[in-house]
Every structure is written in structure tokens, then in C-alpha cells.
Design a protein around this ligand. Structure first.
Ligand SMILES: Nc1nc2c(ncn2[C@@H]2O[C@H](COP(=O)(O)OP(=O)(O)OP(=O)(O)O)[C@@H](O)[C@H]2O)c(=O)[nH]1
Ligand SMILES: [Mg+2]
Length: 405
């Protein structure tokens, strides 16, 4: 999306999705437009039983949409739901000249393309864009081959599209190979620091992950009141009390209707979360839709194979909540915090200590205060993640690698 594009947002309320929900989704879409460098200038919501196969909205509404775009000087019409290539084409035919039609997935892809900085993120974005393109080409191709009945025409179109698809497929294969290399490097790096237990910060975009990361690790990173501020996750050491040192990983945020091409290519980044010993699932508890955000996060985590019981839920931004805290899910470890003011972080750290030390593979070795050769040997041979001095002596928390006793 180019600078200062002016967008009309369109949502459809069906039997399944009520109007207020659609409005909330459009609020979020407006924020996505802002992140992409554009501006939402008008919106339209239609209630209908199911989407129209040709235009997604009703034929009559298309005329209304055309004048709405014209009056507001819009050059973009943005649907909250995924459109088929033929719906895009039909809509663009009916709208004023120069008005582009895009869907939520397209905007998210644009944002990721705009903001990716590292080689890994850029490769993942290009892979996602090409997969998106390929699925469209395939569909358009079948459409064309049905239409082009004249002798010769079909062959020509087919050859052109076939070669386009071949080029894209070859590029996709090359990118996959490159991603594999990057992933291998990442595993080597992880092994180098793997003696430390890992804590991953995950959650809906704008929940405050990077703010918490800064607060826990004392490093500066990009914190912005924007969706998808972080695309290049980082990992740093942090002492979480009692001498226990962990690595903390900031991650890419979740969002509802994340295009599946993106989910697939960001799996590697999110795998950081799956490999962490403890996952902190951050939620902006001051957001009216925070329970939805929690649900979206839990779904993504489940798809990554992260066990709910290895998650600590952190209800963030409590400094913005007046009165009581919202009711949290039962049977889960829940901590109320403010990543900004630091409130509740001591409690979070102590929950993290409990979670880390409760992990399989962590053992506590006790030595008399004088220590001696036994202690020296343990310090030399074991992977010590924390040490504690008590009245009776010295305790070492050691991590035993799999396959060693
Ligand atoms: N009032 C308040 N604001 C907060 C708190 N934590 C984060 N914020 C604000 O929320 C906004 C988003 O914070 P980030 O840390 O960038 O959020 P994020 O989860 O990393 O977001 P993405 O990287 O975009 O997924 C910023 O404006 C922060 O200053 C908090 O505890 N209280
Ligand atoms: Mg961030």
C-alpha cells in the first residue's frame, strides 16, 4: 500500500457474525491501514445471510460503495474478509477508475513486506507473497481455460500461465531452501545458549510484548502503539531472581484472520515459542476484545503444539483499568501486570521461577557452605542455571540434558 492511500472499509455481518463484532473488526482493519501508511476515510457494513458469490456484498450495495469511494476521494476499497480473485475483478469493474480492491490478508502481507528487516523475515514475506500469488494464478488459469474456447487461444494462455507458474514455483523452492539454511543457523545459535532455560513472550499484536521484553531484559527495542511493530524477534538474557538466568524471546504478534500463507512461513519464528520451557501469553486486558485476543492466541499456540499448562497468562496494561480486574480463565496461572509501570512484574518473575524450576530436567544440588571438591566438580561439570546461598549451605539449580543421568 503506497503512502497516504485513502481507503473505504467494508464489512459484512452475517447470521454468524453480529454487527458490533463487524464494527470492532473494522476498527482493527483501520489500524492495519494506518500501520501500512494509509488512511481509512469511510466505512460500510452490510447485513446479509451469506456473502454474494459475484461481489461479496449485494449488487445494490456495490453502487453505494462506488459513490462512497467517489465522495471521499478514496483510491482503495478494503474488505475485512478474504475475496476470491473473480470477486476482486468484478468489484473493480463496477468501481470508479483507479480504485483498487484489496482484502485484509493483502494488507497484512503489505505490512509484513514493509516492515521486514532481517534476511529471515524478508525471505518469509516473499515466500508468503508468492504462495498468495500462485493460488490466484492457479484459479485465474482455470477460469481462463474455461472461457477461452477459440482454437489456439487456450494453448497460448496455458503456455504463458504454465511458465509463470513454473518460474514462481522455482523461486518458492529456492526461498524454502534459503529458509532451511537460516533455520539451521538458528538451531546452532540456540544450541550455543541452550544451557539457559527459555521464556517466550507471545500474544496478540500490540499487547505489550516488546515493552515487557525491555522491562525484563533492560534492552531497548521497538515499542509502538501500532499493530505489528515487531517482525524480527529478539532474544536476550534476563535474571528473574534467586540467581536464575533465562533467555527471553520477543515474538511476532498474532491477529485474527492471519493469512495462512503467513502463518505457514512464520512458523519457524513462532517455533521459538514452541521450544521455550515457559510461554508467557500476554493479553492487553484494557482492550474491549481482550477475551477474543486470548482465544486467537490460544488457537495459534495449540496449532504449534504448545501445552496450555506451560503457559503463564499475563493480563497486561492494568494501569489503564479502573475498578476490578476482568475475570480470567480458571485452572490457569494468571498474573496481572503493567509492563509499562513495572507493576506485578515481581509476581510474574516468581511465577516464571516456579515454572522453570518445575520443568523436567532441572535439579537442585545441595552442598555445605564450605563447598569443597564436590561443589567444585559440580560447578565444572554441570550446567548451572542458578545458585542460591542459604543458611545451611549452597544450592545449585542444574539443567540435565536429555540422555544424561
Ligand atoms: N498503559 C500501558 N500501555 C502499555 C503497557 N504495555 C505496553 N503498552 C503500550 O502498548 C503499545 C504496544 O506495545 P508493544 O510493546 O509495542 O506491543 P507488542 O505486543 O510488542 O506489539 P507488536 O510488536 O506490534 O505485536 C505501546 O504504545 C506501549 O507503550 C502497559 O502496561 N500499560
Ligand atoms: Mg513488539
Amino acid at each position: 500500500m503506497a503512502e497516504r492511500e485513502r481507503a473505504v472499509l467494508v464489512g459484512v455481518a452475517t447470521g454468524k457474525v453480529a454487527r458490533p463484532t463487524v464494527e470492532a473488526h473494522l476498527d482493527e482493519l483501520a489500524q492495519l491501514v494506518d500501520t501500512a501508511g494509509g488512511e481509512a476515510v469511510a466505512r460500510m457494513v452490510q447485513e446479509r445471510k451469506s456473502p454474494d458469490p459475484t461481489f461479496f456484498i449485494g449488487k445494490g450495495k456495490v453502487g453505494e460503495l462506488a459513490s462512497l469511494a467517489k465522495v471521499n476521494g478514496a483510491n482503495l476499497v478494503l474488505f475485512d474478509d478474504d475475496l476470491t480473485p473473480s470477486q476482486v475483478r468484478h468489484l473493480e469493474e463496477e468501481l470508479p477508475d483507479g480504485v483498487k480492491v484489496l482484502d485484509r490478508s493483502g494488507v497484512i502481507l503489505d505490512i509484513f513486506a514493509l516492515r521486514a528487516r532481517t534476511r529471515e523475515a524478508q525471505t518469509q514475506v516473499e515466500l508468503a507473497q508468492l504462495s498468495y500469488l500462485l493460488s490466484r494464478l492457479t484459479r485465474r488459469w482455470s477460469h481462463l481455460s474455461r472461457q477461452a474456447g477459440g482454437i489456439g487461444t487456450r494453448g497460448v494462455g496455458e503456455t504463458q500461465l504454465e511458465s509463470d507458474r513454473r518460474i514462481i514455483r522455482r523461486r518458492i523452492a529456492a526461498l524454502r531452501g534459503r529458509l532451511d539454511d537460516i533455520e539451521r543457523e538458528r538451531i546452532v545459535q540456540r544450541k550455543r545458549r541452550s544451557h539457559l532455560p527459555g521464556v517466550a513472550l507471545v500474544g496478540y499484536t500490540n499487547a505489550g510484548k516488546s515493552t515487557l521484553f525491555e522491562n525484563l531484559t533492560g534492552t531497548q527495542t521497538l515499542v509502538e502503539n501500532r499493530l505489528f511493530a515487531t517482525l524480527d524477534p529478539r532474544t536476550r538474557r534476563s535474571e528473574i531472581g534467586d540467581g536464575l538466568v533465562v533467555t527471553v524471546a520477543d515474538t511476532v504478534g498474532f491477529i485474527r484472520k492471519l493469512p495462512h500463507h503467513l502463518v505457514a512461513s512464520f512458523r519457524a519464528t513462532l517455533a521459538e515459542a514452541a521450544l521455550a520451557q515457559v510461554v508467557v501469553h500476554l493479553v492487553d486486558a484494557s482492550h474491549p476484545d481482550w477475551t477474543d485476543h486470548l482465544k486467537v492466541g490460544e488457537e495459534v499456540l495449540a496449532s504449534l503444539g504448545v501445552e496450555p499448562k506451560s503457559c503463564v497468562i499475563a493480563l497486561n496494561k492494568i494501569d489503564r483499568i479502573e475498578g476490578g480486574l476482568p475475570p480470567a480463565p480458571p485452572d490457569r496461572t494468571v498474573v496481572a501486570i503493567s509492563a509499562l509501570t513495572g507493576k506485578g512484574l515481581d509476581r510474574l518473575r516468581s511465577e516464571l521461577r516456579l515454572a522453570v524450576l518445575g520443568q523436567p530436567g532441572i535439579e537442585v544440588l545441595r552442598f555445605p557452605a564450605a563447598g569443597g571438591a564436590e561443589l567444585q566438580r559440580a560447578l565444572r561439570e554441570e550446567t548451572v542455571v542458578a545458585r542460591r546461598f542459604s543458611e545451611t549451605g549452597i544450592e545449585l539449580m542444574v539443567k540435565r540434558r536429555k540422555g544424561r543421568s
